[in-house]
Design a protein around this ligand. Structure first.
Ligand SMILES: NC(=O)c1ccc[n+]([C@@H]2O[C@H](COP(=O)([O-])OP(=O)(O)OC[C@H]3O[C@@H](n4cnc5c(N)ncnc54)[C@H](O)[C@@H]3O)[C@@H](O)[C@H]2O)c1
Length: 297
């Protein structure tokens, strides 16, 4: 029996379908993990064996944790792992029904991948990007199938976060959007649809605007980081304040995302504050470096 992540059975029509995930980093490995657990055959592709080993090591450790907490049967974890194959060869994804790209957030890297994928995969295959801020239309433009390109924006950590933001590019077809929704729902996610391909979509625009304003308030001495975060938690019921969120996500990641939105929209509210740029220059990028708006560890 094949189970989907949320514990219900996956529809028979999906069982034989093949997913390719490009990029075995934090997001790609998470997407591979939930998909394999939901019954998809997954080919995970990265540029080096080391990156693939890191990705699959993370997946195994995460399955082990779910098993030890009694949330996943050991044999289901084993079956899910056996559905994941890894490769450094892009040609190995040729027979995928759906490809989800999760490489670095750099347009030129994504362009290179989409150009190559467009030549390799079947004409009816759907190409999805997990980008957080780059317009899907820009990514789709280098392919001969812009109507079959869509955004599937998962959240980190993928096995825990419920949301998948589906993004329509300028030419994305209804059928492609439906395929993306079917995929995301099959791995237990709830979807929202971004109908117009604005940079940053809905979620990255919201968090960027909040973090930029919080950083400006902090930078100009209006309030401490703790008080800004407390305001959001106790005043608005947010689970985490914006500056703690920036530290968790990575100040570098948010600076890059907001910079992208600013470049696209020319909307001053997304102009990256000088403080965030200097923090990134200094290496104070949050939890992963031990120092961000807060000291960690
Ligand atoms: N980290 C997050 O919280 C988060 C959340 C949502 C969306 N995203 C988006 O997901 C994407 C991936 O982010 P991430 O955090 O997983 O990055 P990451 O740095 O953890 O992983 C990126 C991976 O892509 C690989 N890669 C680079 N070029 C490649 C190529 N040509 N072929 C195959 N693999 C290649 C790298 O080796 C690396 O393993 C980005 O677009 C990012 O904006 C990230």
């Amino acid at each position: 029996m094949v189970k989907r992540y949320a514990g219900t059975r996956l529809g028979e029509s999906h069982v034989a379908r093949k997913l390719a995930v490009i990029g075995a980093g934090l997001m790609g490995s998470g997407i591979a993990q939930v998909s394999a657990q939901a019954g998809w055959d997954v080919v995970l592709r990265d540029v080096t064996d080391e990156a693939l080993a890191r990705g699959t090591g993370g997946i195994k450790a995460s399955y082990d944790k779910f098993v030890s907490k009694g949330k996943l049967a050991a044999e289901d974890a084993e079956a899910a792992l056996s559905r994941i194959t890894t490769t450094t060869d892009l040609d190995a994804v040729a027979d995928a029904d759906l490809v989800v790209e999760a490489v670095f957030e750099k347009l030129e890297v994504k362009h290179e991948i989409f150009r190559a994928l467009d030549k390799i995969v079947r004409d009816d295959a759907v190409l999805a990007s997990n980008t957080s801020a780059i317009p899907i239309t820009k990514i789709a433009a280098v392919t001969e199938r812009p109507e079959r390109v869509v955004g599937t924006h998962f959240f980190s950590p993928v096995p825990m976060m419920q949301l998948c933001e589906l993004v329509r590019g300028y030419k994305t077809s209804d059928e492609t959007l439906a395929t993306a929704r079917e995929f995301a729902e099959s791995v237990g996610k709830t979807c929202i649809v971004v109908n117009r391909d604005v940079a940053g979509f809905v979620t990255t625009r919201l968090i960027s605007a909040l973090v930029v304003e919080a950083a400006k308030l902090y930078e100009s001495g209006v309030a401490t980081a703790e008080d800004i975060d407390t305001a959001c938690k106790l005043g608005f019921g947010h689970a985490m304040g914006p500056l703690a969120t920036a530290d968790l996500t990575g100040v570098d990641i948010l600076l890059h995302a907001t910079g992208n939105i600013y470049t696209e929209s020319q909307d001053e509210k997304f102009a990256p504050p000088e403080l965030m740029r200097r923090m990134v220059d200094a290496g104070d990028i949050g939890r992963k470096s031990g120092q961000g708006f807060y000291k960690h560890g």
